[in-house]
Design a protein around this ligand. Structure first.
Ligand code: EPU
Length: 421
């Protein structure tokens, strides 16, 4: 197993190019199941999760070829419709093939994803939406067996709770259903907006893009003619580098970003006393004389993203005063707390509320364990300012979602290296 060694308190500065969004790429790769043509996708992040997703589709019969950040994919020859446990267990997002496979073939089997480090993460809302469209679903031997031999029917779907993956699966299923579907209380994340736009460009009639009410006129199993497209920039990777600049008190410029996707993150950094300047596709964060504490409540987009909570917690350890965080999306997304405490942070947990008593310069280096993707990035941020040498173990979590993290940090001047245990 590999680990990252970071020698803290090196001065960082400069420019970093943000990669394509992992969480936009995954549903879009799944959506290629709905295509009748070969598609070229640009700005595809070269991270473990996207590569696992291509492997999953290739196992089903697609062909894909990656050249750096461009992937060409053709799913026309898919015959197999079973997403097996060996892949799903490594990547929960594999559930995103359920909607498009069922819509195209009238049946499929997808291994039921289990919980993960951040919570139970059920998929009941995905299944309920597909049942509303006429699917019969059984859970057998750990697999979701979905059938609808006559084809899915458009339906009115009201989500009890906002779900990103559930909305994506339902959009893809509705795309090939017969007739009109309405998705009410849909998620509105930029990743969902891009999924809708790519499908619209492929000829799908879809209204309400970017709102919580989507209307889709299904094609009745007619496959779509996709145009080539580029994945949108990763707002969470961008937010993570903004936090790197903030915690290291450095001037950093991020390129290949869409600032409006980061509104909640930018507002919070400004509240914490950071100056940020925006251009059309770039952002610059400047050093500050002191960091103010901030209170954070995670919520669905356009609220403050749960995927940025851990990174802001690392930053809050360097604020002058107490910050209070309220994690509302996942029941167990505070795994980084005990590791930050081992580095000298003063954090108290009470259920889903964390109180971070910040004090600049208090973090010290040690060996820490990454537990999930975003928790790992919080440890990297803490290590950048900790005194001494921090070794971050289990970095396969980071490799799932951050493209070339060490390369990018090194270019900024950080002292980062990768080693074998
Ligand atoms: N939920 C249900 N039933 C469902 C689906 C979801 O109760 O059928 C609950 C979840 O347990 C959770 C909440 O609803 O409490 C929101 O879950 P959601 O379905 O929105 O999350 P997801 O689609 O599984 C995506 C991202 C996550 C991100 C969340 C929230 C991808 C591949 N994953 O997960 O990203 O945290 O939305 O924004 O898009 C990450 O990138 O590190 C990551 C975990």
């Amino acid at each position: 197993m590999k680990y990252l060694k970071i020698i803290g308190q090196e001065k960082i500065s400069g420019e970093v190019k943000i990669s394509g969004a992992k969480n936009a790429a995954l549903p879009l790769i799944a959506a290629t199941i709905l295509a009748k043509n070969t598609i070229k996708i640009g700005n595809m992040p070269d991270v473990v999760d996207t590569n696992t997703f291509f492997k999953l589709l290739n196992n089903l019969g697609s062909t894909s070829k990656r050249e750096k950040n461009t992937v060409t994919i053709n799913t026309f020859d898919i015959k197999e419709t079973k997403a097996t446990y060996d892949i799903v267990k490594t990547m929960r997002a594999s559930i995103l093939v359920l909607g498009p496979l069922l819509a195209r073939f009238g049946h499929c089997e997808v291994s039921l994803p289990g919980g993960c480090a951040i919570g139970q993460r059920p998929v009941d809302l995905h299944l309920k939406a597909l049942e509303a469209m006429g699917a019969s679903i059984e859970i057998k031997n750990g697999y979701i067996e979905a059938k609808c031999e006559k084809g899915l029917q458009g339906a009115n779907i009201v989500f009890d709770k906002v779900t990103v993956g559930g909305t994506e699966n339902t959009i893809m299923a509705a795309a090939l259903a017969k007739g009109k579907s309405k998705i009410i209380n849909a998620a509105k994340e930029p990743e969902i907006v891009q999924l809708c736009e790519v499908l619209k460009d492929a000829g799908l009639e879809i209204k309400g893009i970017g709102s919580s009410e989507l209307t889709i006129i299904g094609t009745n199993k007619e496959l779509l003619n996709f145009k080539d497209f580029d994945i949108i920039p990763d707002r969470i990777e961008a937010g993570t580098y903004l936090c790197a600049g903030a915690i290291a008190n450095a001037k950093l410029t991020l390129t290949n970003v869409i600032p409006k996707h980061l509104s909640a993150v930018l507002a919070k950094l400004e509240e914490m006393n950071f100056k940020i300047t925006k251009d059309k596709n770039s952002l610059t964060i400047y050093p500050t004389s002191f960091i103010k504490p901030a209170n954070i409540i995670t919520s669905e987009y356009p609220g403050f993203p749960t995927d940025m909570q851990a990174q802001f917690m690392a930053l809050a350890t360097q604020a002058q005063g107490t910050s209070v965080f309220d994690e509302r999306l996942f029941e167990n997304r505070y795994m980084h707390v005990s590791e930050l405490v081992r580095m000298g942070a003063d954090i108290h947990l009470n259920g889903n509320i964390a109180s971070i008593h910040g004090k600049p310069g208090t973090l010290s280096a040690t060996d820490v364990m990454a537990t999930d993707l975003r928790a790992s990035s919080a440890l990297v941020l803490a290590a950048l300012v900790a005194k001494g040498e921090t070794n971050i173990h289990r970095i396969y979590h980071l490799d799932r979602g951050y493209e070339d993290l060490e390369g990018k940090l090194k270019l900024l001047g950080a002292n980062v290296s990768r080693h074998n245990e």
